[in-house]
Design a binder for this molecule. Structure first.
Ligand SMILES: [Zn+2]
Length: 676
């Protein structure tokens, strides 16, 4: 084979992969898999783990390992040709996945295996249990007429949700505002002005141009002195793809939203659930929709009084400056002024204390002290860019456990943000052992001259967050790929390790390991650290109730859907706001029409997961606060009970094994400075 994507013995040969390799490799593997699975179903009489699951896993693994470098390169060294090849494969992969989920012969074989009296271990039982659940959720075991309806709904939903996104994108793109004089943009920081000038230039105009893209919109709401401009952009942004505001009505999502909710409800009922919220919980840690509702309303009850105080304080502050009718488009603006006045802390001031040359080795040291693992750089590994570094992770006894690529700097054609992704998963069979490999990607400003890259504290936190996901993937001891590392972990628990790691960025003892002035090596002055801590929780209750408003709204529209009453989207949103919000948007606000997380993304009846996982991570960290931030026993227990266990047991059981009890919300409230 000359196609490097089909050379699956070693790590990907990144330097040899070209866009021309992509489609042929995926076509080949999909055809191979269809053929091999067909043969397997013919030939196997009595399925066992070895003769049935292991080959299926091996073929899945080949597909994952061929596709992962493609999808990774599409994100980090994007080009038009690569994007075209990548997009050409997406429908093929999704058709294949749907086909497998609805393959009755495959399902029957899994069922026979699960119902046999073979002596499975706990992990194997979990894999089979998950597989049967997923088959059921894809409608494979429905009677013929219902199955046909199920498929029809799936196709319609995929069409409707994609149109929802397109409308939102088109409405966002259709709006812009041009300025000849920079004075109209008074207050905006230089970076926002540069962006506005660049946008104008790209569209062949002089001067400055604002758009509804978040990097353009957000600084206006936070800094623009012109109140009428803030009001105008607030309205344009919050009425996108709706029946309100300055937009073309052809982008109106109203009808799509009603239909999406109706079809989700019908599909959930076909599968035997009362409503879509129950369907969503089938793969989550939360046990019932009552539990989720109680969780959210309880958190709201505890946070709202403080959110009201924070808002009152902001109103008073704005009134002192001569504005006594604080409107939604004024909130971010005065909040920023108040924050500056009170804490006078900027990311720029903190940066010299976080040179990358200190942060990265320091972070490794923190992880070593906690979990007994060590990190070793390996030179000469083939990668997609000269900046990329490669490391090996070894356990306490020096045995290799995992490997990862580290790609830290921003550059053209690299997607923004930070993330961890899987290159390969841990897979141990009766004859082979494959270790996990991760991609760790950030977008830090690269070093200039001989000055090291200097990180903001936010960036350090991001690095710890992604490294938490990375450790979850890499330190797993689970041998079955479907439940190893982050695979098979409940959606509302998957952010536990990542958010957990962030906490170390706020602990002085830990901070001393990974900070120090890049010229003098001096630690961050106590006085500066105190200001950082104080600013951390500024208006945290207002932020909390806003997240709770989104979560409750999302959960209730899915849970309370009734065909006879229709979707009642804004009716329910208003009820939720009455209950939890402190800032009441104007009646023409159409926030839900742009809420693509739930109408077009994977967060439907699952937006609450953000807060849910935050409770878990804060509560887990509180045990370190009790026993000592670097307590070795607690670290080992976190490794043994959570990090290494992946999806091999239910998230709630794993949490209990570590914490000795069910999760409690007190630590989250304390960490966010909410006195309840
Ligand atoms: Zn994350």
């Amino acid at each position: 084979m000359t196609n490097p994507l089909l050379h699956l013995e070693d790590l990907p040969a990144f330097s040899r992969i070209t866009p021309a390799h992509v489609e042929p490799a995926i076509d080949h593997l999909l055809a191979e898999n269809r053929r091999r699975i067909g043969e397997l179903l013919e030939s196997v009489q009595e399925p066992t783990w070895e003769n049935f699951i292991e080959p299926l896993d091996a073929w899945d693994d080949e597909l994952e390992r061929a596709w992962s470098p493609v999808s990774h390169m599409n994100s980090v060294v994007n080009s038009e040709e690569l994007r075209a090849a990548y997009n050409a494969c997406l429908p093929k992969l999704s058709d294949y996945a749907t086909e497998m989920g609805q393959n009755e012969a495959l399902y029957a074989m899994y069922k026979r295996l699960a119902e046999s009296d073979q002596p499975f271990d706990d992990g194997q039982r979990k894999v089979l249990e998950n597989a049967l659940r997923d088959f059921h959720l894809s409608g494979v075991d429905l009677p013929a007429d219902k199955k046909a309806r199920y498929k029809e709904i799936s196709q319609q939903l995929s069409q409707l949700t994609s149109t929802f996104s397109e409308n939102l994108l088109d409405a966002t793109n259709a709006w812009s505002k041009h300025f000849d004089a920079v004075t109209a943009l008074a207050g905006l920081p230089q970076s926002a002005l540069d962006l506005a000038a660049q946008t104008a230039q790209q569209r062949g105009e002089q001067g400055w141009m604002l758009t509804l893209d978040f990097p353009s919109f957000h600084p206006v709401m936070t800094y623009a002195e012109d109140r009428a401009l803030r009001r105008e952009m607030y309205e344009a942004y919050n009425t996108r793809a709706s029946d309100q505001g300055p937009h073309d009505r052809k982008y109106d999502n109203s009808e799509l939203m009603d239909r999406i909710l109706a079809l989700r409800h019908e599909q959930a009922q076909l599968l035997g659930f009362t409503n879509y919220a129950e369907r969503s919980l089938a793969k989550k840690m939360a046990r019932s929709s009552d539990e989720v509702m109680h969780f959210l309303t309880d958190l709201a009850k505890r946070s709202r009084p403080q959110a009201e105080r924070e808002l009152a304080e902001l109103r008073a502050f704005a009134a002192d400056l001569g504005h006594d009718d604080l409107q939604p488009w004024d909130v971010a603006y005065y909040a920023e002024k108040l924050r500056q006045q009170r804490y006078n802390i900027s990311q720029e001031e903190v940066k010299p204390y976080f040179p990358e040359t200190r942060v990265v080795p320091g972070m490794f040291e923190v992880m070593s002290r906690l979990f007994g693992v060590s990190f070793h750089e390996v030179e000469g590994v083939d990668a997609w860019h000269p900046d990329v570094k490669f490391y090996e992770v070894r356990d306490r006894d020096g045995h290799e456990m995992a490997q990862f690529y580290f790609d830290l700097y921003a550059r053209p054609n690299k997607r923004g943000g930070a993330w961890m992704d899987t290159c390969q998963s841990r897979r141990v069979t009766h004859e082979s052992c494959q270790l996990p490999v991760a991609y760790m990607t950030c977008n830090f400003t690269p070093p200039v001259g001989d000055k090291p890259a200097l990180l903001t504290h936010d960036e350090v936190e991001t690095l710890f967050h992604e490294f938490g996901h990375g450790l979850h993937h890499m330190l797993t001891r689970v041998d079955y790929p479907a439940i190893a590392g982050i695979n098979g972990v409940a959606w509302d628990a998957v952010e536990l390790p990542s958010q957990f790691m962030e906490n170390f960025c706020w602990e002085r003892e830990a901070l001393n390991h990974f900070s120090g002035h890049y010229e003098t090596g001096e630690p961050i002055p106590d006085e500066m650290f105190e200001r950082m801590l104080a600013a951390k929780n500024f208006q945290s209750a207002m932020m909390m109730v806003r997240q709770l408003e989104f979560s409750l709204f999302d959960f209730r529209i899915h849970r309370e859907y009734e065909p006879s009453r229709g979707a009642r989207i804004y009716e329910i949103l208003n009820e939720v706001r009455e209950q939890v919000a402190v800032i009441m948007p104007p009646a023409w606000n159409r926030f839900a029409h742009g809420f693509s997380h739930i109408f077009a993304g994977g967060y439907a009846a699952g937006y609450y997961s953000y807060k849910w996982a935050e409770v878990l991570s804060a509560d887990a960290f509180s045990l370190f606060e009790e026993n000592g931030v670097f307590d070795a026993t607690t670290g080992q227990s976190f490794l043994d009970n959570i990090l290494s266990k992946g999806g091999s047991r239910d998230a709630a059981e794993l949490f209990r094994a570590f914490r000795g009890r069910d999760p409690e919300i007190d630590a989250l409230l304390r960490h966010t400075g909410i006195a309840a």
